[in-house]
Design a protein around this ligand. Structure first.
Ligand SMILES: *Cc1c(COP(=O)(O)O)cnc(C)c1O
Length: 367
């Protein structure tokens, strides 16, 4: 049997006629940059998250960058985040000239360890931006409580967590702003790049709309330095087709994760578990073991694709040498980077495929 790490063609096949029709309509109207499809998607996605405003972007990175601009964060400022995530969270901070300040992660959820948060706050801290990593919510309430106590805005990086819930409420509506990504491999993916900024504040929404469009709300009049960060019309059309499937796709991801959990419970792998009050959307199914390289190779030989998220923590990346961190500064993150292995999880995956992956892991003797 063959189990690809991600079978995007299978997802596209499952909705192909609707995608073809939606893209054809955009070709007919030629509304390629923003336009009615994007507006329709913004309304629908805001409702999906439970936020007042959604502003469509050309990527999740752009949305997070603009969130930093809206908070007027700049040189000399610090923003707290974690070193165990995709690097884009830190790009947003670096792009405005501010410094990412890292806090280590919780051993179980691999999200920001709330117990370490307060110690990282300084006079220069301007915001806290944790990540709902792998689709699992970070511990929102204690983070919000600390933010409130210090008068700091919370920005959620929800790029991997479309539809995840914390205490029954969808993530992305807890902070003053949140950023989502619609990169093709994300739980909700465009046919190309895409992202969104969500907020309840209409002043932030207005500024986000202006910053994504050359710092302009009236054409050819520019209030501040902006960007070309618009969402493409075709991506809006594609996302409108895909959004209604999210309930079914997320349920399937969760079922696959629970099936893995039952089948792999007896193995030496450390399995991802949901924290109380949290429903993960399992963007990724990341297990951990020190022998993951050997396991990865073994599974490869059995026709099973796996991936590493993420093999190198951000504080040890070459580009962030300037931050002055060193190996050993964030031991839980570093251990996670050394031990992580992502198993296939995508909505079109069959039970037979899940069973095969689990059976092959049980066959591995190199622990
Ligand atoms: C994907 C991702 C982003 C960036 O999104 P893009 O749309 O690829 O720019 C930001 N943060 C996290 C955690 C991500 O996984």
């Amino acid at each position: 049997m063959n189990v690809p790490y991600l079978d995007l063609p299978a997802q596209i096949r499952s909705i192909r006629p609707a995608l073809d029709a939606a893209i054809a309509r955009t070709l007919d109207t030629c509304s390629f940059c923003l336009g009615p499809d994007v507006v329709q998607f913004e309304k629908a996605f805001a409702a999906y998250v439970g936020s007042k405003h959604c502003i469509g972007f050309n990527s999740g990175t752009s949305a997070l960058h603009v969130a930093m601009r809206i908070l007027d964060i700049g040189p000399g400022d610090e923003v707290i985040t974690t070193p165990f995530t995709f690097i884009a969270t830190s790009w947003a901070i670096d792009y405005v000239g501010a410094k990412p300040v890292y806090v280590d992660i919780d051993e179980q959820t691999m999200n920001l360890d709330v117990r370490l948060l307060e110690k990282a706050i300084t006079i220069r801290t301007k915001a806290v931006m944790p990540v709902h990593l792998f689709g699992h919510p970070f511990d929102v309430d204690p983070v919000l409580e600390i933010c409130r106590r210090h008068g700091l805005p919370l920005v959620e990086d929800a790029a991997q967590a479309h539809g995840a819930t914390y205490k029954g409420k969808t993530v992305g509506a807890f902070g003053v702003m949140s950023g989502f990504s619609f990169y093709p491999g994300k739980n909700l993916g465009a046919c190309g790049e895409g992202g969104a900024l969500l907020t309840d504040r209409s002043d932030f929404a207005k500024r986000a709309a202006s910053l994504r469009e050359h710092g302009s709300s009236v054409r050819y009049f520019h209030d501040e330095v902006g960007y070309n960060y618009r969402m493409e019309g075709i991506q809006g059309a594609v996302l409108n087709v895909k959004l209604p499937h999210m309930g079914e796709w997320t349920a399937r991801r969760r079922a696959i994760a629970h099936r893995y959990h039952a089948l792999l419970a007896g193995t030496p792998l450390v399995l991802p578990r949901e924290a109380p009050n949290c429903e993960s959307v399992f963007h990724l199914y990341v297990a951990r073991h020190p022998k993951r390289d050997q396991l990865k190779e073994f599974l490869q030989a059995k026709g099973i694709g796996t991936a590493l998220h993420y093999p190198k923590t951000l504080h040890l990346q070459k580009c962030f040498e300037k931050l002055g961190y060193k190996a050993g500064d964030f031991p839980v993150s570093e251990r996670a980077a050394d031990g992580c292995i992502s198993l296939p999880v995508f909505p079109q995956m069959t039970d037979e495929q899940v069973d095969y992956v689990a059976a092959m892991i049980c066959e591995f003797k190199g622990w």
